[in-house]
Design a protein around this ligand. Structure first.
Ligand code: BES
Ligand code: ZN
Length: 617
């Protein structure tokens, strides 16, 4: 009887629950941001390391000028406890909300009824251990091994896994936050930050400049701060701080150079947080506080161009923002170009050209891969509707984008190009830009004086690399190429003159070597001690080469590397090459099964795909 009753109740529920609506998705977001706009976000969160969850509330100040009956927010793997709305008179009422169908990439719509005079929507919620943006590290996974650590990575569409909001780069909002953490830890955000811990573990933040959701960021850990210059400094775990300060000594001069190039820095302070090794990217341009991988702390300042890159995003990306993820090249292409200009200004043309040639090599590699299989992926403008925006994160956006802008510089000359860029950043500050509007602006302000000189269509909507692509020839790397020619004939490591080699000379060498026998690999290893090397850039290239040439002596150290570093760029090439053979795939699976608990979701997700799509010979 009881059973029958509950069955009928179930049926009743099922019959009265409205069928989930087919949600419209625009710009990778369910939100109806064209009708209702998020203007300001207030976050109140407690950080619970034992449950691995954030809990509290997000209050969204909105503008409902169109008089919409609902606001639709993005959310994914969040548990919504209740929702309240506040009207213009300050009257608060709890409302019932609906959740749309779940999509594995986009998450689900959170549909909240509002009225024309609704001013605020407040969502009480908590995150879950599945929230992909967040990585909760145990003390063993940190540098100092004493305290837990938490960090977020919101770009591209993961902000919705820790905050319910309009998760799309076309929406900008200001925010304030109060974050409560265990008392011995410090909280930091993409806003002005504390420089020391407080006994209560309570921190407040204000970001008064409007930012898109992918720049929302939070980190919590045992970190300390050191000033570098007028408006710059470094945060790191205590055991990493001194090395980080030494490595990043030129940061203030990078800021000053960037301002001299393209106008005032808009964000007040510029600090860098050096994260534990599992950070899945090299760097992330969170406003005011760039997040960086510890793999740039190489001990010789050879990898600081990464900071120039993230700093450059303070203009290209954070000030002028790609409107959709299909316009991602506008963020990254501009930034790689700008990064090179900063490097040139501080370290000179030869050094900057060396970096550019390394980038050109990486672009060629990516082009060769794609042109054989999926040439459409080599277009600067990628239509990513219906796809994961992460699919667009390739060297095409970065390097083809950079060489396109460099081509414009070649045609119009540096003074006119720099004047254009200054104007571009000033005119579109705190706004979004898309590819079509950029082309119109570029033609109107610059290229109409140089008719027919650049085929914009070929560069932006065409595959491959146009014939007029700038040629880079670095004197420094020429030295390495001469040695490679001699070595290829002699196979004698002594023919490679490695005195004064920097990281980039080594990379150029490893990338230019012919196919080698196991014995030849062993001889190189003996001469230059690659296996076990601490420099992660060189380690990644050496282990990739070891897999390609079957040099198994390096595998134990390669496994240690794969288990200790979580930067996706270093993991993917090694795993990709391993899965090409059945034996290598078995090893990849074994290493991954142990290493994955240390990886951030965006890294483990990519490796899962590599293993799943493997077609070993
Ligand atoms: N904004 C990117 C990182 C990113 C892009 C994260 C897309 C998620 C989705 C950042 O500025 C970046 O480009 N980082 C590079 C370093 C750079 C020197 C090329 C990286 O992490 O390797
Ligand atoms: Zn970037």
């Amino acid at each position: 009887m009881k059973f029958l009753l509950s069955l009928s109740v179930l049926c009743l529920l099922a019959c009265t629950t409205p069928k989930p609506k087919k949600m419209t998705v625009k710009n990778h977001s369910f939100s109806n941001y064209a009708e209702v706009k998020l203007k300001h976000l207030s976050l109140h969160l407690k950080v619970d390391f034992s449950k691995k969850e954030l809990w509290g509330s997000a209050t969204l100040q909105i503008e409902n000028t169109a008089g919409a009956s609902h606001i639709i927010l993005d959310h994914k793997t969040l548990k919504v406890d209740h929702v309240a709305v506040t009207d213009a008179n300050g009257k608060i009422k709890e409302v019932s909300f609906e959740i749309g169908p779940d999509d594995t990439v986009l998450g689900a719509a959170l549909i909240i009824p509002i009225e024309k005079n609704t001013r605020e929507v407040s969502v009480a919620y908590h995150t879950t251990p599945e929230s992909e943006a967040l990585q909760w590290l145990s003390p063993e996974q940190t540098h100092d091994k004493k305290n837990p650590f938490l960090f977020s990575q919101s770009q591209a569409i993961l902000a919705r896994t820790w905050i319910p909001l309009q998760d799309c780069p076309a929406v900008r909002f200001t925010y304030d936050a109060s974050i409560e953490v265990p008392p011995h830890l410090m909280a930091m955000m993409s806003a002005e930050n504390p420089t020391s811990k407080n006994a209560e573990g309570k921190y407040t933040f204000k970001q008064t400049k409007p930012i898109p959701s992918y720049l929302m960021a939070l980190a919590v850990g045992d970190v300390e701060f050191t000033t570098l210059g007028r408006n710059s400094g470094v945060y790191a775990e205590p055991g990493m701080l001194k090395k980080s300060v030494w490595e990043l000594a030129d940061m203030q001069s990078m800021i000053d150079s960037a301002e001299a190039l393209y106008g005032p820095y808009a964000w007040g302070r510029y600090d860098v947080l050096v994260l534990p090794p599992s950070f899945p990217f090299g760097g992330m341009e969170n406003p005011v506080l760039t997040f960086a991988t510890p793999t740039i702390i190489a001990g010789d300042r050879s990898l600081v161009s990464l900071v120039a890159h993230e700093l450059a995003h303070s203009w290209s990306g954070n000030l002028v923002t790609n409107e959709t993820w299909s316009d991602f090249w506008l963020n990254e292409g501009f930034t790689v170009y700008f990064e090179q200009r900063i490097m040139e200004k501080i370290y000179g043309r030869d050094y900057a050209e060396m970096l550019a040639e390394i980038g050109r090599g990486e672009l060629q590699h990516t082009l060769d891969d794609f042109m054989q299989t999926t040439p459409d992926e080599t277009k600067l403008f990628l239509n990513l509707d219906g796809r994961n925006p992460d699919d667009g994160v390739t060297d095409i956006a970065y390097e083809k984008g950079r060489f396109f802008l460099r081509r414009i510089e070649e045609v119009v000359g540096r003074p006119a190009w720099d004047a254009f860029l200054n104007d571009y950043f000033k005119t579109h500050a705190f706004q979004t830009m898309n590819t079509t509007r950029f082309i119109a602006y570029l033609n109107e302000k610059l290229l109409n004086k140089h008719p027919g000189q650049i085929d914009l269509n070929a560069w932006i909507y065409g595959t491959g690399l146009p014939k007029d692509a700038p040629v880079v020839k670095s004197k420094e790397l020429q030295r390495v190429e001469t040695d490679i020619v001699t070595y290829t004939k002699s196979r004698n490591p002594a023919d490679i003159h490695t005195k004064d080699y920097s990281t980039h000379h080594w990379l150029h060498l490893l990338r230019g070597l012919p196919a080698l026998s196991v014995e030849e690999m062993a001889a190189l290893d003996k001469a230059f001690t690659f296996t076990g090397i601490g420099n992660a850039e060189i380690a990644c290239d050496w282990y990739t080469l070891s897999v390609k040439n079957g040099y198994e002596t390096a595998y134990p150290d390669m496994a240690v590397f794969l288990k200790s570093v979580g930067r996706r760029k270093f993991l993917l090439p090694i795993y990709k090459n391993l899965v090409k053979t059945a034996k290598g795939k078995a090893l990849a699976e074994q290493i991954f099964s142990e290493a994955r608990k240390g990886y951030h979701a965006v890294a483990s997700g990519s490796i899962e795909e590599i293993i799943a799509n493997a077609n070993p010979k």
